[in-house]
Design a protein around this ligand. Structure first.
Ligand code: FES
Ligand code: MG
Length: 589
């Protein structure tokens, strides 16, 4: 006897003999839209397409076109597409920070996936926070899900040189500060880096997170790096649409893909690509929602000793088109497989393991993707630091420059540690106001601190820790000072800052106790960062701060969401997730 196929989730809406009244109501409005009863009642998988592209989200705007190819693929495989918008996030446009909206977009997508007749979903991803928001929601709900990137922009060019999005800004603001270019030249230089639709063409948070979505197994192979305008992008959209229909038939849910092994694979890939310091926050958040144990220490344990293989800005020279032509993520994973740094059995959305997908995919350009034993840098992962300043912070060691190494890490007796004077800023406005103030006495042996910029202090945590040196020092050729803070740094920045310090000053972290002129010691070997004061002095300052009501340099919430966010959010080391959300796991019925 022929086995009848398992009932689909959507049939509880459209074909429910126990509740024909509601079935009729559900059907009439969808029929009104133009669907036929055959499409909705004959057991065809209903596939959501969560649309992140819009006029205010240019990085993901390609999805407005790509969704047509996704629909074609879904229909060809016997499914029914249902496209819907989700809360938009544009990294560069949203105030106070797009990071604030990651959890809002997550919440809204959970509600749609849970509350509507959707059997599987194509998650359109791209700009920084759109990727983690989508994967976090798919984790909570746990219906079959596949992600599709919008793809990086074409390479930017200026006077014959590659200009990378975001990264060029850090150079341009120095040129402007030293008078080498004027305002017009400044805008022109920065804008040259963005020549087409797509997300940042550098290895910023967008390319990093899209690469990690692929390394986690949540996209078809090759998805992360195909530039947005290339024909392969449309073809992959079609294949993604086709594949999700079969994933529903196979009941291939995120929890079967997002295993502990998959996260360890993604950590390894993040080191090899020179990925963004925002990635630990996002991956730890996805892990929290799917119920996999993962913490900041895992990033050092599984990622620190992995070499840098991908030569993309900001750690290297090239951009997104070069990354794609050199083989993209499969070529990187192939190198890591050869070095036995990948769990090859981890399952991916195409039903094959990552080992089956990537083994032997060699890079076609060794300038851009290096061999494992001929890397750009050894030990390219994150170092975790802790001490009396904070319990956890990370440093991207792969971007430590020669200048930085010579100035701070060249004591032969103690080559991985340095002591310096601290100058502290309370938020970005304070920094902009005072960075060129000579009375601060900032010299080439100063560490700049930024506090009040964590998830509570600056709701969502600001990308402001990488501060430029004062103009005087820039003119003397001192380009980078060590920066430490409880906020974040743009993934497009090449500064070796110490970031994401948790707990933040506003949550009672040690940064709140720091004073201008304090000596601090950073030891990269031991993984420590401390204010060099006695325990008694530290306790005295803590008592004084408590008497003042804690760290108070925190702006009022400006919107209802900012207030709700602050009341429920965890620290960066914990993924900045919403506390009450984590207990809802695998909720699809
Ligand atoms: Fe959207 Fe960089 S600003 S990807
Ligand atoms: Mg950013």
């Amino acid at each position: 006897m022929k086995k009848s196929p398992p009932r689909l989730r959507s049939q509880a809406w459209f074909d429910n003999p126990d509740n024909i009244d509601m079935t009729a109501l559900y059907l009439e409005r969808q029929l009104n839209f133009g669907f036929t009863r055959e499409e909705l009642q004959s057991g065809k998988p209903i596939i959501g397409i969560s649309q992140t592209g819009s006029d205010i989200a240019p990085c993901n705007r390609a999805h407005l076109e790509l969704a047509k190819r996704v629909r074609d693929g879904i229909t060809a495989a016997g499914g029914v597409p249902l496209e819907f918008p989700i809360h938009p996030i544009q990294e560069t446009l949203k105030r106070p920070t797009a990071m604030l909206d990651r959890n809002l977009s997550y919440l809204s997508l959970v509600e749609v996936l849970f509350g509507y007749p959707i059997d599987g979903v194509v998650l359109t991803i791209g700009c920084d926070k759109t990727t983690p928001a989508a994967l976090m929601a798919a984790s909570t709900v746990n219906i079959p899900a596949i992600a599709l990137s919008s793809g990086p922009m074409l390479n930017g060019w200026h006077n014959g040189e590659r200009t990378g999005s975001g990264t060029i800004l850090w150079k341009a603001r120095e040129l402007l500060a030293t008078g080498d270019i004027d305002y017009e030249g400044f805008i022109e230089l920065v804008a040259s880096s963005a020549p087409s639709t797509g997300f940042c063409n550098t290895m910023g948070t967008a390319t990093s997170m899209n690469s990690l979505a692929e390394a986690l197994g949540m996209t078809l192979p090759g998805n992360a790096a195909i530039p947005a305008p290339y024909r392969e992008r449309g073809q992959l959209a079609y294949m993604t649409g086709k594949r999700i229909v079969d994933m529903v038939r196979e009941d291939l849910t995120p929890s079967k893909i997002l295993t502990r092994e998959a996260f360890e694979n993604a950590i390894a890939v993040n080191s090899a690509i020179g990925g963004s310091t925002n990635c630990p926050i996002h991956l730890n958040a996805i892990a929290r929602h799917i119920g996999v144990e993962l913490n900041v220490a895992d990033w050092e344990k599984h990622g620190y000793d992995i070499p840098l293989l991908v030569n993309l800005q900001p750690a290297g020279e090239y951009l997104g088109e070069d990354y794609h032509r050199a083989g993209g993520v499969p070529a990187v994973v192939a190198e890591l497989i050869k070095a036995k740094r990948i769990h090859t059995d981890a399952l991916t959305v195409n039903g094959k393991t990552i080992g089956e997908n990537c083994t032997g995919k060699f890079a076609s350009n060794r300038e851009v993707i290096k061999e494992y034993d001929k890397p750009i840098k050894k030990h390219a992962g994150f170092k975790m630091l802790k001490g009396n300043l904070f319990d956890a912070a990370i440093m991207k060691t792969s971007v430590i420059s020669e200048e930085f190494r010579e100035r701070y890490l060249s004591d032969p007796k103690d080559p991985n540690a340095f002591e310096a004077k601290a100058v502290v800023f309370d938020g970005p406005e304070d920094y902009h106001k005072r960075i060129d103030d000579p009375s601060l006495g900032i010299d080439a042996h100063t560490v700049l601190f930024m506090r009040g910029t964590g998830p509570l202090g600056y709701p969502g945590a600001a990308e402001v820790v990488n501060m430029r040196a004062p103009t005087d020092l820039l003119k003397k050729g001192v380009h980078s000072l060590p920066c430490v803070g409880d906020g974040r740094q743009s993934g497009t920045s090449g500064s070796p800052s110490i970031l994401n310090a948790s707990p933040e000053a506003a949550a009672g972290g040690g940064l709140a106790l720091l004073k201008d002129g304090d000596r601090v010691r950073i030891d990269l070997n031991k993984g420590t960062a401390d204010i060099l004061i006695s325990k008694e002095e530290l306790e005295k300052r803590r008592a004084e701060l408590k008497a003042k009501g804690g760290y108070t340099n925190i702006p009022e919430s400006q919107t209802p969401w900012q207030e709700i966010f602050r009341a429920n959010v965890e620290q960066l080391s914990e993924g900045m997730v919403l506390k009450p959300a984590v207990k809802y796991q695998k909720i699809a019925q």
